[in-house]
Design a protein around this ligand. Structure first.
Ligand SMILES: Nc1nc2c([nH]c(=O)n2[C@H]2C[C@H](O)[C@@H](COP(=O)(O)OP(=O)(O)OP(=O)(O)O)O2)c(=O)[nH]1
Ligand SMILES: [Mg+2]
Length: 133
């Protein structure tokens, strides 16, 4: 188990009107590189997780989150790093979703998410999307 404090990450599940979910591919040099992810990033000092969610989705996908609801919180130990993924479903936003930093991106129907390689912590998120409580 990694000794350092876990990294708190705000993660957004964005759905379009067809019910497809936006995913993008992490740069190969990053932690968990070359895997698909939901947009998001680290909560900074002095920020709430919701602030971080809004900021990251503006930075990474060019949208203004209007409302979002908490979906789940995933604690995961990658051995080299521990993460707490604070996952939100984006319930309304303005702007047009686009990838802003050159990563590959896709809209994928929920039932097809299983065909993409995500970091291990995402398995529980995808399971929840496929089988809502
Ligand atoms: N954004 C995101 N991160 C994820 C997902 N699944 C998962 O395990 N992670 C992990 C990978 C990283 O260790 C961490 C997110 O860190 P990050 O490097 O993307 O954070 P960031 O966007 O703030 O990046 P940076 O400013 O530090 O470059 O969470 C996911 O679906 N989305
Ligand atoms: Mg990020």
């Amino acid at each position: 188990m990694a000794n350092s404090d876990p990294i708190h990450v705000a993660v957004g599940v964005i759905e379009n009107t067809d019910g497809d979910v936006f995913i993008s591919k992490r740069h190969k040099d990053l932690h968990q590189g070359d895997k698909w992810e939901f947009p998001g990033g680290k909560v900074e000092v002095g920020e709430t997780v919701y602030d971080a969610l809004v900021r990251e989705l503006r930075e990474e996908c060019n949208i203004s989150v209007q409302t979002a609801s908490p979906l789940t919180v995933i604690n995961h130990d990658y051995q080299d790093k521990r993460v707490v993924l604070d996952v939100w479903r984006i319930t309304s936003f303005t702007g047009e979703v686009r990838q802003t930093d050159g990563q590959d991106w896709l809209w994928v129907p929920v039932y097809a998410l299983g065909a993409y390689q995500f970091p291990e912590a995402n398995v529980a998120i995808i399971d929840l999307l496929e089988n809502p409580l």
